[in-house]
Design a protein around this ligand. Structure first.
Ligand code: HDD
Length: 701
């Protein structure tokens, strides 16, 4: 009987034999005790109309098990999606680390990755404005190494002791139980406005980074400074980066809100479809390597998780690639039960003294015990190492790998294999012998005190369109905050980041005057330079690969045009869906049938990266007054998407949008050559000039 990653019989070591049904094709349904079940439709009753008999052990076992199906959801990052894959190392990194997975070129290490949002509950929508978790478990030959990161390179707080406060403030308010999966409420901004160290991260979550188009199109970061340690014991500081092969991409806020309604599973469906269609998501692992000297001279403290090291200062070395090529067999067994721990490191990797990291090293192990209910959570297949392992630990709930011999202690004098495992001083994990001393105290280092300079750097590194999105999201979130004093306090911090940003937000909120600038422990460094790496739009990969086109079609659509467009998209490595008035599909002009993927109100344009309206004259008449069809076009326009259209579609577009709106983002498709041109334009992903035009209109008002 198949269950998760192996048959139950196999996993319990019983040989995996199962009873057979009488026709021999399907395994017989049994109780958990292996007793074949004769009737799974009716509970045992005294007479056909009851009462039900208490002795019905099959019924009781079934309901008992069902009653206990849920385990506590993660206190943060409850909503997530995982997949299997591998990490492939490019070149030996022996100069820097003895970590086994980096020793040989081409070495493949199995991996499991779970992406997540932070604040929402398990059933919350995917497109919440939030940080995305990017947790990677690498099953190396010397044990499991977890890089438990995010899609943002910095964090809200500097010391782990503030984590419960941060999360309490971000999640639903305790008296009312809402809002969930959003930070647009008083408690969150109250906390942020009283914690200047969080201002840098606040800039990131108000940016487009917090509404990614797909897990596949976002970066990942280990956030903290770690150490690499080579065979000679030499340590090099390192920051870990994951760079998506297809580049970064985000949606716009109005689109995110609508995606949440149209497809709350947008991100997990996207990942599922990509893997199932063989278009395996891929990232490169990048290392920023630096020594103690750099750490001492750097303008900020490398142990402060609210700071990053600009790529212009310490370039990123790509050392391998992560490929996700297999979805889970069972969501609960793998994605829900996977247990990441920052304290899972391997020989050749070590921690730094970052106080956030040090605190995390306690929290993760502790939380797994709560969620999974036993210190034996490491025996769950997704958590178990794939290399040999041998401990002298035993017992506890659900113990599956107790020692098989007489010996469960060390030292012992039992001979041969009976003696059990022993420590290996040469190969075993050694902590880097860093010299640390100082008085015992509760304090924050002076070197952590600059809260605004990198927030400013982030802002000035963005394109005008990205800057406008940041201002708009601050305005949106603060407009949901009921207490005016909290709104003012946030603006007072923004004044230390950028005057223009603060003014735009103040204007958006309708403030009568500006508040007093927040007192800064350290003034914002005015000379801070922009860093191109921080912008999504300045790092475009100019490809439509991995993206999806939505084609709105009606009866009478030009079959040749559709075929040509499909060919151009295939060539680009993009996918497509057909949206039609009915789910049965449409009959093309050449008599062929085109099956629909979505009925028109089930496939709004927010679900696609670009759209094509390839309708016939009679089709245009049919959908002209259909609200979903009108929204399809109006939203694509509002979200700055490229729109390809057949000649017959033009009157419909003009009717919905007005003749003056058909800008250069609209591409007429009359023949095969035009389809190639259209796909080429789509490589820019959005026609931002349209939004820029809107921006200058706003500025002129
Ligand atoms: Fe955390 C889960 C990432 C700070 C305590 N965290 C969790 C997950 C990710 C992160 C990706 C989900 C893992 C999964 O998919 O199962 N957390 C971060 C990053 C942080 C960070 C990048 C800052 C750099 N976290 C942080 C602090 C603490 C925690 C400071 C506590 C002191 N995080 C937890 C946790 C969770 C967790 C409570 C909840 C579920 C879990 O661990 O397995 O222990």
């Amino acid at each position: 009987m198949k269950n998760g990653s192996g048959s139950v019989g196999e996993r319990l070591g019983t040989g995996g034999e199962t009873h057979q049904t009488s026709n021999g094709n399907l395994p017989a349904l049994t109780t958990q005790q292996g007793v074949p079940v004769s009737d799974d439709q009716n509970s045992l009753k005294v007479g056909a109309r009851g009462p039900t008999a208490l002795e019905d052990f099959h019924f009781r076992e079934k309901i008992f098990h069902f009653d206990h199906e849920r385990i506590p959801e993660r206190v943060v990052h409850a909503r997530g999606f995982g997949a299997h894959g591998y990490f492939e190392n490019y070149q030996p990194l022996t100069d820097f680390t003895r970590a086994d997975l980096f020793q040989r070129a081409g070495e493949k290490t199995p991996a499991f990755v779970r992406f997540s949002t932070v604040a929402g509950n398990k059933g919350s929508p995917d497109l919440a404005r939030d940080v995305r978790g990017f947790a990677v478990k690498l099953y190396t030959k010397e044990g499991n190494w977890d890089i438990v990161g995010n899609n943002i390179p910095v964090f809200f707080i500097q010391d782990a002791i503030k984590f419960p406060d941060l999360i309490h403030a971000a999640k639903q308010e305790p008296d009312r139980g809402f809002p969930q999966a959003q930070t647009a409420h008083d408690n969150f901004w109250d906390f942020i406005s009283l914690m200047p160290e969080s201002v840098h991260m606040a800039m990131w979550i108000m940016s487009d980074r917090a509404i990614p188009r797909s897990f596949r199109f976002m970066e990942g970061f280990g956030v903290h400074t770690f150490r690499l340690v080579n065979a000679k014991g030499k340590s090099t500081f390192v920051k870990f980066h994951w760079k998506p092969k297809l580049g970064m991409q985000s949606v716009v806020w109005n689109e995110a809100v609508k995606i949440n309604g149209a497809d709350p599973d947008f991100h997990r469906r996207d990942m599922w479809q990509a893997i199932h269609s063989g278009k395996f998501p891929e990232w490169e692992l990048g290392l920023q390597l630096f020594d103690e000297k750099f750490a001492d001279e750097f303008q900020f403290d490398v142990l402060d998780a609210t700071k990053l090291i600009p790529e212009e200062l310490i370039p990123i070395h790509k050392v391998g690639r992560l490929v996700l090529d297999r979805c889970v067999d069972n969501f609960f067994a793998e994605t829900e039960q996977v247990a990441f721990c920052t304290n899972n490191i391997v020989p050749g990797i070590d921690f730094s003294n970052d106080p956030l990291l040090q605190g995390r090293n306690f929290s993760y192990l502790d939380t797994q015990l709560k969620r999974l209910g036993s210190p034996n959570f490491t025996n769950i297949p997704v958590n178990a190492p794939k290399c040999p392992f041998a401990t002298l630990q035993q017992d506890g709930h659900m113990a599956l790998v107790n020692p098989k011999t007489r010996v469960n202690y060390e030292p012992n004098s039992w001979p041969g294999a009976e003696a059990g495992p022993r420590e290996t001083p040469d190969k075993g994990f050694h902590s880097y012998p860093a010299q640390d001393e100082g008085p015992k105290l509760r304090a924050r280092s002076e070197s952590f005190a600059d809260h605004y300079s990198q927030a400013r750097q982030f802002y000035i590194s963005q394109t005008p369109i990205e800057q406008s999105h940041i201002a708009a999201s601050f305005t949106f979130e603060l407009s949901k905050v009921e207490r005016p004093d909290i709104r003012l306090r946030v603006v007072s911090h923004l004044m230390n980041v950028d005057e223009e940003l603060a003014n735009n937000v103040a204007m958006g909120l309708g403030l009568k005057g500006m508040p007093q600038r927040a007192q800064a422990a350290k003034p914002t460094a005015s000379a801070i330079k922009a860093s191109k790496a921080l912008s999504i739009l300045l790092n475009s990969h100019q490809t439509f690969e991995g993206r999806k086109l939505g084609m709105l079609v009606t009866d009478g659509v030009d079959g040749d045009l559709v075929a040509a467009l499909k060919k151009a998209l295939d060539k680009e490595g993009a996918s497509y869906e057909f949206i039609a008035p009915t789910i049965t599909g449409v009959k093309a002009s050449d008599g062929s049938m085109i099956e629909a993927n979505q009925k028109i109100d089930g496939g709004p344009s927010v679900l696609y990266d670009a759209v094509a309206v390839l309708i016939s004259k009679q089709g245009a008449d049919l959908i002209a007054n259909e609200p979903a069809a009108r929204d399809f076009v109006a939203d694509a326009y509002a979200h700055s998407k490229f729109l390809g259209y057949s000649e017959e579609a033009q009157p419909f577009l003009t009717k919905v949008l007005g003749a003056d709106k058909l800008d250069n983002g609209f591409i007429a498709i009359g023949n095969a050559k035009d389809t190639a041109k259209f796909v080429q334009e789509c490589r820019k992903l959005r026609f931002w000039e349209r939004a820029n035009g809107h921006l200058s209109n706003v500025a002129a008002r």
